[in-house]
Design a protein around this ligand. Structure first.
Ligand SMILES: [Zn+2]
Length: 401
């Protein structure tokens, strides 16, 4: 067995220090690619572990390489670091001291979990056959931080390309505390944004024939997009288009010159993700053209699909069960329709991204405040599990050679 039988016990023994570390980060959340205070605490937490530490150029990332005592390949473990523009109203034991900023997505727990994994691995350094790259990443929330770290060489930080990559995300709802879940194939959607401006010609509301009214055209585009979703894509590879914002005009009796709409577009396979932009553009532009107007499309690319390698996800299940028992793992039936930028890493190397339930005790996972909510509260009891799972995945993969 490649996962040491005392790994979870050792992780539980560091519960206090992981909680304290997590709370330090919870008090000082920062947004985006530059997280100076967060990084300061992280660098301090990694001191004395004998790691090769380097910091990013385009973002305040930290890459730390742990060299095992025996030869072997390199694997990567990742934690994201950034917070959200949310005013905290949680039931956490400590609250954000930064006005209007909150660790509402649990990335503070991710950092503490990965520091815990680093300590577990450092304590076993001599027996480790290979290297572990620790990827601490800012800018997960829409800033493509993982892509920037790949551009700066994180996948080759050990001097060779990593052979596998793992990460996890805590959920303050949906999944019971302590349960690890994941799925082979697509786990998170690709998310893009469609911005449309319909250009017409303004005029008097009493004389539409003398104008080019963009409002009914925009309305027709909203419905045509839904028809395209159901008629042009396989029902077994779903697409979600939601027009969440639509606006035009100033007054009931004035035909405006333009109308606008914004839609979120979610796809669940690389193939469909590759086709969706062209198809939606065609619908939008041609509906406008049918009425003698034009429509301008701006396509804002978000994150690609997060694709878990089947063999690495089987490994994750086995490691979770070895560490936490058969109740510690639940298969995930459907992908999550949110997006995650660890997707960029998983498009380069095989790996698996796991969900770790952190619903507060006594709360129903289905109604507990979920990630990104001002009320989101995470169960800190999961920290040793996060540390043991990440360390266990690295050790199990490295023992394979
Ligand atoms: Zn997150």
């Amino acid at each position: 067995m490649a996962v040491p039988s005392d790994l979870f016990d050792d992780a539980r023994a560091m519960w206090d220090e992981l909680v304290e570390l997590r709370r330090r980060w919870h008090r000082i959340p920062e947004i985006g690619l530059e997280l100076p205070r967060t990084r300061e605490v992280l660098l301090e937490a990694l001191e004395g572990l004998g790691l090769e530490v380097s910091t990013g150029e385009a973002l305040s990332s930290v890459t730390a390489v742990l060299r095992g005592g025996r030869p072997g390949p390199a694997v990567l473990l990742r934690a994201d670091m950034d917070a959200l523009p949310v005013t905290e109203q949680s039931a956490e034991p400590v609250r954000s001291e930064h006005e209007g900023v909150m660790h509402a997505c649990g990335h503070d727990l991710h950092m503490a979990g990965l520091v815990g994994a680093a300590r577990l691995l450092a304590a076993r350094r001599e027996e480790i056959p290979g290297s572990v790259v620790l990827m601490f990443q800012p800018g997960e929330e829409g800033r493509h931080g993982a892509r920037l770290m790949i551009e700066e060489g994180v996948l080759d930080a050990a001097g060779e390309r990593v052979v596998a990559a793992y990460g996890l995300h805590v959920f303050s709802g949906q999944v019971s505390s302590g349960i690890v879940t994941g799925r082979a194939g697509t786990e998170f959607a690709a998310v893009d944004t469609l911005h449309v401006t319909v250009h017409g010609r303004g005029g008097h509301g009493s004389a539409p024939h003398a104008a080019l009214d963009p409002v009914p055209v925009a309305a027709e585009i909203v419905l045509a997009l839904q028809s395209a979703v159901t008629r042009q894509f396989s029902i077994f590879d779903p697409v979600v288009v939601t027009v969440g914002k639509i606006w035009a005009g100033t007054k009931d009796n004035i035909i405006p010159a333009t109308a606008h709409l914004d839609a979120t577009v979610r796809t669940f396979s690389p193939a469909t993700h590759g086709e969706i932009e062209a198809r939606l553009r065609r619908v939008v532009e041609h509906v406008a053209a049918a009425h003698g107007l034009t429509a301008e499309v701006e396509w804002e690319s978000g994150y690609p699909t997060t694709d878990n390698d089947p063999a690495e996800t089987e490994r994750a299940e086995r490691v979770a069960v070895e560490l936490f028992g058969p109740d510690g793992w639940e298969a995930m039936a459907d992908p999550v329709a949110g997006a995650e930028d660890f997707s960029y890493v998983l498009h380069e190397v095989p790996g698996s991204y796991l969900i770790l339930g952190a619903t507060p005790p006594g709360q129903d996972p289905l109604t507990a405040a979920y990630n990104h909510s001002a009320l989101a509260t995470f169960d800190e009891a999961v920290l040793p599990r996060a540390a043991a799972l990440l360390a266990g995945l690295a050790l199990d993969r490295l023992s394979q050679g």
